[in-house]
Write a protein of this length. Structure first.
Length: 501
């Protein structure tokens, strides 16, 4: 198409193109579906003369490359990498590669096996699609500073293959970001130790989701951001090993550890990793409060105001251990922003009362997800057990009513949250009178509520009251006498915090 299209000014078009390129190259968190083989600026440049002129001049547009492929695909071809090399003008490239599975393709059991000696005689032959991918990406590797890999199923060897291409063809000292996301519903992937070298010493960002690596000493000493999250697989470490791993990353500013299997060595004296630059910490474990404590114990944060995000389970056996670990860490860290999210696991869950998240001596912003603001809660345990009979009556013979008393009273002398200014409540259970008394005892200036529940409406456990209807207005009127600013929403929006940004 060569005719002129009445379009936006060139400056606006360029910004739209650049933003689209950056968004396309960001990692997706869904697995399994086929994607377009290449999000290409060549498509934009073919629309009209105006778009072509803008696209060809926009260097940022050509610096983000988003590739998807199925290893068994035979008919898709990649274009020449030459346009990217020319238009990027030698600037850093951000490469995102996603390997997915086409349901109609024929996969053998061999495809799903781990390859222990990737570069020896046991390495599987490269498929036609992998060869085509190699021809496209290898010329780009000297300029690649950021590599994002999403690996689904079945060829696990593709992970080590692509990382090794970067190591062998990339520019030493140029690697800044490596993010690997393996399907959390499948067994974990493994980066072979032969792939890791001093080439990765320049990395500042490393994400490993459902992916493990034998961590060489000082291999990632330049990291400022580390994100480790396991799925169905596990990365078994003891607390000494985890402390050593983190001590090798002294420059960390952002750290996320979720669902690691950390074994406690009681006979060993663990020296916590000193992370003086730490600003954001995310810790989560859905099944074990003691595991949560093991991860907290190996981290010694510096004096910076810390943004702490914690995900914990509702399971009865874990509540005390979770609260003990959380309080102990808050006592020795300058936590200024705290986000506590309770996970909805199968089986009966024990409520966390908001007042139990205390004392918080330095917290100015508090985000609570699925906690209770009340003196006591009566719970029908049958609501939290899986049942083969979806039509069974919750009040039948299997029902069991349990009453939980809030163990932490509201005490204004000293207050539980003395520095609190911003309070965000998501999916919390609220008793109006109790909530008013709780907020009256603390210096909250801004209150944000989203999808909250009326604690007194026992028959509507899993349906939030209408925040913009009579119930929401009633809460707003009562709370407005205490809190200067109240924002009530159903879906969040600009006022809701993106906690890890």
């Amino acid at each position: 198409m060569t005719t002129f299209i009445n379009s936006l000014p060139s400056e606006i078009l360029s910004r739209i193109f650049s933003n689209a390129a950056c968004s396309c190259a960001s990692p997706r968190r869904t697995f399994g579906d086929a994607r377009p083989p290449l999000s290409s600026p060549l498509t934009l440049s073919a629309v009209c003369k105006s778009w072509r002129h803008v696209a060809l001049q926009d260097r940022l547009l050509w610096s983000h490359i988003d590739v998807s492929f199925d290893t068994k695909e035979r008919y898709i071809r990649f274009p020449s990498p030459q346009p990217w090399l020319e238009r990027s003008s030698g600037s850093s490239l951000h490469l995102s590669v996603e390997q997915y599975r086409q349901p109609q393709n024929d996969y053998s059991e061999e495809d799903n096996e781990d390859i222990d000696r990737m570069f020896g005689q046991t390495a599987p032959p490269l498929t036609l699609m992998v060869k085509r991918l190699r021809q496209f990406i290898i010329p780009l590797m000297p300029q690649v500073s950021s590599l994002v890999l999403m690996v689904t199923w079945p060829n696990k060897y593709i992970l080590n293959l692509l990382v090794n291409y970067w190591k062998s063809r990339g520019t030493h000292g140029h690697a800044k970001t490596l993010q690997i996301y393996a399907n959390p519903e499948l067994s974990h992937l493994y980066i072979q130790s032969s792939v890791i070298s001093d080439f990765f010493g320049s990395l500042s960002t490393l994400h490993l989701h459902n992916t493990t690596v034998r961590w060489p000493e000082s291999a990632f000493s330049g990291l400022t951001e580390l994100d480790i999250e396991m799925g169905e697989g596990h990365w078994a470490l003891n607390n000494v090993e985890l402390a050593s791993l983190l001590a090798g990353c002294p420059k960390l500013e952002r750290l996320s550890l979720c669902d690691l299997q950390v074994k406690l060595l009681s006979e060993a004296r663990v020296v916590p990793a000193s992370l003086q630059n730490l600003k954001v910490l995310r810790i989560g474990h859905n099944s074990d409060g003691l595991m949560l404590g093991s991860m907290f114990a190996v981290i010694k944060p510096g004096p910076n105001p810390l943004h702490l995000r914690v995900s914990v389970s509702h399971m009865e056996d874990h509540t005390k251990a979770v609260l003990t670990a959380l309080r102990s860490f808050i006592q020795r860290a300058n936590v200024a922003t705290l986000h506590v999210r309770t996970q909805h696991t199968n089986g009966f869950r024990v409520p966390y009362f908001a007042s139990q998240i205390s004392p918080l001596p330095h917290v100015r912003t508090l985000v609570l997800d699925s906690l209770y603001f009340c003196e006591k809660i009566r719970t029908n345990t049958s609501l939290f057990h899986e049942s083969d009979d979806s039509d069974s009556d919750a009040g039948g013979e299997n029902s069991h009513i349990v009453t939980y008393e809030n163990p932490t009273p509201i005490d204004p002398h000293p207050p539980l949250w003395p520095e609190l200014r911003n309070l965000y409540l998501h999916r919390c259970y609220l008793d109006k009178d109790y909530t008013c008394r709780m907020l009256s005892a603390h210096p909250v200036q801004n209150l944000y509520m989203r999808n909250c529940f009326d604690e007194l409406e026992q028959e509507h456990w899993f349906q939030a009251f209408d925040m913009r209807g009579p119930s929401g207005e009633e809460y707003a009127r009562a709370l407005s006498q205490i809190v200067p600013k109240i924002v009530i929403s159903d879906k969040g929006g600009g006022d809701w915090p993106n906690l890890l940004n």
